[in-house]
Ligand binder design. Structure first.
Ligand code: C2E
Ligand code: MG
Ligand code: MG
Ligand code: MG
Length: 286
């Protein structure tokens, strides 16, 4: 039939679009099964004080161990889970399992990513509270990572849930800061605890004076507001040295450690400090 109706360009584009739709549908079906059958797992990426030695927390990052495809990264399936609404089930699964696994990690901070879609549920804070109760994980060791999109979306129920989570003692980090519609107004309004500078800035240190100037500026601003700054995507010594020189608090990136499976976490736990400890005093040579 396509042949009868079609002009050349229709015939060129239609099959690939169809393939894309089918690929998504397959992935959605597979992802539902993955959740049900335990194909998901959690990797943990250590977060360091800017000295690059002391571990100040771990970020939980979901992984899908697919029998046929191997490890699938969240960049591929999180957007699809968001479109199908499966994301909240997935995020609550990650939260529950990460809290259970990290409970005995000597008081260190656990960071968990939540999707803006999760905040469409009015009872999100109740769900989180229930998971903390079930797992016995203390609220003051949990940091949730949200993106600017959530704040930009201006959903009233999202604001209410965020406030309720903060009242429970949970910290809030603004992830990928600078990659979207950042607004200083939002930072003031929400009093986020942490800003995570997007890795696109970190990776331009030494390449672009603008990126370096923006990081310097964000760190000054955050310090003035008593907000912690974490730089994401630190891959080189040069980047680390620059972040030390401008007074960034925490760093995360392949230079120091990538995400590791639960079984490899001990060597980082040995270097970890409790979330309740006073800020790490780092000895940094500039
Ligand atoms: P994110 O929260 O900004 O996490 C940081 C991502 O950067 C991770 O990718 C991490 O592996 C990667 N990364 C860390 N250090 C470096 C580095 O030095 N260089 C480079 N190039 N990359 C680095 P990952 O694990 O593939 O996750 C991608 C994104 O997927 C996350 O970005 C987050 O937005 C989302 N995500 C991961 N797990 C979850 C989850 O459980 N729930 C939700 N809703 N989203 C998740
Ligand atoms: Mg994150
Ligand atoms: Mg990020
Ligand atoms: Mg990201």
């Amino acid at each position: 039939r396509a042949k009868a109706e079609g002009r050349g360009n229709v015939q060129i584009f239609a099959p690939s679009m169809e393939r894309e739709v089918m690929r998504r549908r397959d992935l959605e079906v597979d992802l539902r099964r993955a959740l049900a059958e335990g194909e998901l797992t959690i990797y943990y990426q250590p977060q360091f004080a800017v000295d690059g030695e002391v571990v100040v927390g771990f970020e939980a990052l979901v992984r899908w161990l697919q029998p046929e495809r191997g490890i699938v990264s969240p960049g591929e399936f999180v957007p699809i889970a968001e479109q199908t609404g499966l994301i909240t089930e997935l995020d609550m699964w990650v939260l529950r399992n990460a809290c259970a696994q990290a409970r005995d990690w000597g008081g260190v901070k656990l960071a968990v990513n939540l999707s803006p879609v999760d905040f469409r549920r009015r009872d999100l804070d109740q769900q989180v509270k229930q998971i903390l109760d079930e797992t016995g994980f203390p609220a003051d060791r949990l940091e949730i990572e949200i993106t600017e999109n959530l704040l930009f979306g201006n959903q009233p129920e999202a604001f209410a849930s965020l406030a309720a989570l903060r009242r429970m003692g949970i910290r809030v980090a603004l992830d990928d800061f600078g990659s979207g519609y950042s607004s200083l107004g939002y930072i003031r309004r929400f009093r986020v605890d942490t800003i995570k500078i997007d890795r696109s800035f970190t990776q331009n240190i030494g390449q672009s004076d603008d990126a370096a100037a923006i990081i310097d500026c964000v760190v000054r601003l955050a310090r003035a507001l008593a907000i912690t700054v974490t730089a994401e995507g630190v891959e080189t010594r040069e980047q680390l040295r620059y972040l030390q020189s401008v007074g960034c608090h925490h760093v995360q990136g392949f230079l120091l450690a990538g995400p590791v499976p639960l079984g490899s976490i001990d060597r980082y736990l040995e270097r970890a400090v409790s979330a309740a400890a006073p800020p790490v005093r780092t000895r940094v040579r500039l």
